[in-house]
Design a protein around this ligand. Structure first.
Ligand code: APR
Length: 310
């Protein structure tokens, strides 16, 4: 029997998730969205079914607004939420998305209680916290996608700056999914060569800043809405590692209980993603400067989470 993947939210990211999951034959796909948008999602699902003969995949792709249809899902990826609209404060957005994530969490808890859940909705670190609180799922079953995307951006910018293959750039970005995130140049390599030996301090500063602002750079270009290709791929990489037990080590927002001196907060740290879910958090010995940066991002996430009234 095929695996089942439930995509909660069939908007910009949701539709790319569906396409990638189908192309990779990760399983059958159910897109769940609000009743007002479900016909559009049914159209997207049908379009993807009609792409299958050329895409060369076998999968059932459907859309619904009824949580019963996600029953028994192996993986749930949540992109449901609203973007910020004119006149809305960050807190307004937070409150709107908390309501949506609470509703989603209750639906997933009832119909897919064994699913490995990947949260993508922003503000990411707070939304994954809310989802975990509402479901009460064990910590290995719930993670936030952000660090995998932030690391992809870090690697892409380095490859672009140095004119090298992105395949040879390895590194990681820790912390919250915001402007305080912590790229780690000291631990980044290009084909085994330390980044700090082949890029100047000015270049590295520029790359760090661009990575921290990468989401905003795209929002500015779009004018409306945010990135969707790279966030979708990042979530799929995590889902694939879980479904195929690939045991990838990926930075994800995971519940820290003592790791990195953090307690009770979801924040970006390197995680082993296996068939067990978020199997393990790897701790890195940080320098004093890196520790200070990490504490700053922890403070930002703590503040946002403290504003969540659930
Ligand atoms: N239940 C299910 N789906 C919902 C709900 C709900 N209660 N509320 C909204 N949605 C759906 C919307 O109808 C829409 O189709 O969520 C989808 C969100 O899609 P987009 O607005 O296109 O947003 P997208 O670009 O996909 O980003 C989704 O991920 O990266 C983050 O900041 C981004 O929070 C945003 C999320």
């Amino acid at each position: 029997m095929r695996k089942k993947i439930a995509l909660i939210g069939g908007g910009q990211i949701g539709q790319i998730l569906a396409m990638l999951a189908a192309q990779k034959e990760l399983g059958d796909i159910v897109i769940l969205d609000v009743p007002d948008y479900v016909n559009v999602c049914k159209g997207k699902a049908l379009d993807l079914m009609e792409m299958a003969p050329h895409g060369n995949y076998d999968a059932s792709i459907t859309a619904t607004s009824d949580y019963k249809d996600i029953a028994g899902a192996d993986v749930v990826i949540v992109t449901a939420g609203k973007p910020r609209e004119a006149g809305m404060t960050r807190e307004d957005l937070l409150n709107v998305n908390i309501k949506i994530i609470t509703e989603v969490a209750n639906g997933v808890k009832q119909y897919a209680p064994k699913a490995f859940c990947i949260i993508v909705t922003n503000p990411l670190d707070a939304m994954v916290y809310v989802f975990h609180k509402v479901t009460g799922f064990p910590k290995h079953q719930v993670i936030g996608m952000a660090g995998t995307l932030d690391t992809a951006r870090w690697r892409a910018f380095i490859a672009m700056e140095l004119g090298v293959s992105v395949a040879d750039v390895a590194g990681t970005v820790l912390g919250g999914h915001g402007p305080d995130m912590v790229p780690l140049p000291r631990l980044t390599t290009v084909g085994g060569v330390p980044l700090t030996e082949i890029a100047s301090p000015e270049q590295i500063d520029r790359l760090v800043t661009r990575t921290r602002e990468a989401g905003t750079e795209i929002v500015k270009l779009f004018g409306k809405g945010s990135a969707f290709f790279s966030p979708a791929w990042s979530a799929i990489v995590i889902a694939e590692s879980y479904l195929k037990d690939k045991r990838r080590v990926l930075p994800c927002a995971a519940l820290c209980e003592g790791e990195y001196g953090v307690n009770g907060l979801f924040i970006g740290v390197p995680c082993l993603i296996s068939a067990k879910g978020m199997e393990k958090i790897f701790e890195i010995k940080l320098t004093e400067e890196e520790k200070a940066q990490f504490q700053k991002t922890v403070a930002s996430v703590t503040k946002t989470v403290s504003e969540c009234k659930i």
